[in-house]
Design a protein around this ligand. Structure first.
Ligand SMILES: NC(=O)c1ccc[n+]([C@@H]2O[C@H](COP(=O)([O-])OP(=O)(O)OC[C@H]3O[C@@H](n4cnc5c(N)ncnc54)[C@H](OP(=O)(O)O)[C@@H]3O)[C@@H](O)[C@H]2O)c1
Length: 318
């Protein structure tokens, strides 16, 4: 596809609305049960046209939620730049149909103000994100991780003020412990900026968020929950059945290393594969539907390096 080609979204994009969307906690927001993450495959190292095709496929099928963070790439910031380019090339007419999130918390720029949870960092980071994405506001801004050295009140008040400034419509937390989540929920509620959603890692081979009580807390308190790495970065698919493909995330050896595939894990994955086959599902479909069956889960936040992968993932629902 040539970048100059005009994109027109499919007229059928909301055909599956009745099964695709779920209410995010007790809010007015509906999110697609399968959302698209920009952590990998949207950086400056990735072919723009492929990223573009994936987002077209997503939006054409009703995936309205794109999830970013300041440092997604590589290089840091470049996934947001890709989103900015996509806004200019294709999605500007559809801005009000999109629910775009970004985050700040992890290492982004050098020095003492380039990571964690200070007001200084969060405010500056969101301004930078908006500039890269060519947006006036994001729908959702997250504190990307809990900062044990910054008073929670400082981080949370920054979130409140960000919403009041109009630069984000809603706020969320990611990777916060249960105690912090409890405190944040109360703090934000008292300031009329309800906590919309919690983003945590949850999949069939990583159930810590269930065991720690975070998912239950969200379900009991009307907070949405979105599961990241629902396919365990590709382990819960057929990607590695015949070894490590050269273009796979594991081959890059950065976030998913080959030593993760222990004999014990291989056995577990084989059992999951058989379970999926018995239900007439692909491994990925089984992994995603398992998460969506958990009470309190609003959406699974998938990554995809091709349209085919996204199609497979979305066919869990539609
Ligand atoms: N809040 C946080 O701290 C945090 C942390 C991590 C992620 N996230 C968010 O969650 C999103 C998803 O994370 P993730 O990329 O780890 O999710 P994931 O869905 O578990 O893994 C995605 C990877 O799995 C492979 N894959 C996906 N669908 C497949 C299919 N149907 N068949 C075969 N392989 C398939 C692809 O790997 P290949 O590239 O090898 O093809 C793809 O890049 C991120 O983009 C980000 O938005 C948030």
């Amino acid at each position: 596809m040539d970048t100059k080609d005009l994109y027109k979204a499919s007229d059928n994009r909301y055909d599956h609305s009745s099964v695709l969307y779920a209410r995010c906690g007790k809010s007015g927001v509906l999110l697609p049960k399968v959302s698209l993450g920009f952590w990998h495959n949207f950086g400056s190292v990735d072919p723009y046209e492929r990223s573009r095709e994936i987002t077209h496929y997503a939006f054409d099928h009703g995936i309205t939620h794109f999830d970013l963070a300041n440092n997604y790439g590589p290089v840091f910031g470049s996934a947001e730049q890709t989103l900015g380019r996509l806004m200019n090339d294709d999605f500007r007419p559809y801005r009000d149909e999109l629910f775009i999130s970004t985050k700040a918390g992890y290492n982004m720029w050098p020095g003492p103000y380039g990571e964690w949870g200070s007001r200084k960092y969060l405010m500056a980071s969101l301004d930078q994100s908006l500039e890269r994405m060519h947006l006036d506001y994001v729908d959702l801004f997250y504190s990307h991780r809990f900062d044990p050295d910054t008073p929670m009140e400082e981080t949370l008040q920054a979130l409140v003020d960000i919403v009041r400034s109009g630069k984000a419509l809603y706020v969320g937390l990611s990777n916060w412990p249960l105690d912090g989540l409890r405190f944040a929920h109360q703090y934000l509620k008292e300031r009329d900026v309800p906590l919309l959603i919690y983003q945590g890692r949850l999949n069939m081979i990583d159930r810590v968020q269930i065991e720690s009580g975070i998912l239950d807390y969200c379900a009991d308190n009307g907070i949405g929950y979105i599961a990241y790495s629902p396919l365990a970065q590709g382990l819960l698919t057929d990607r590695y059945i015949n070894g490590i493909p050269a273009d796979s995330r594991m081959a890059k050896q950065q976030f998913l290393k080959p030593d993760r595939l222990t004999e014990e894990l291989k056995l577990t994955l084989e059992q999951i594969r058989q379970e999926a086959a018995q239900k007439g599902q692909t491994t990925a479909q089984r992994a995603l539907s398992w998460i969506l069956e958990q009470q309190g889960v609003t959406s699974v936040l998938v990554g995809a390096s091709s349209v085919n992968q996204l199609r497979d993932n979305l066919s869990t629902i539609i």
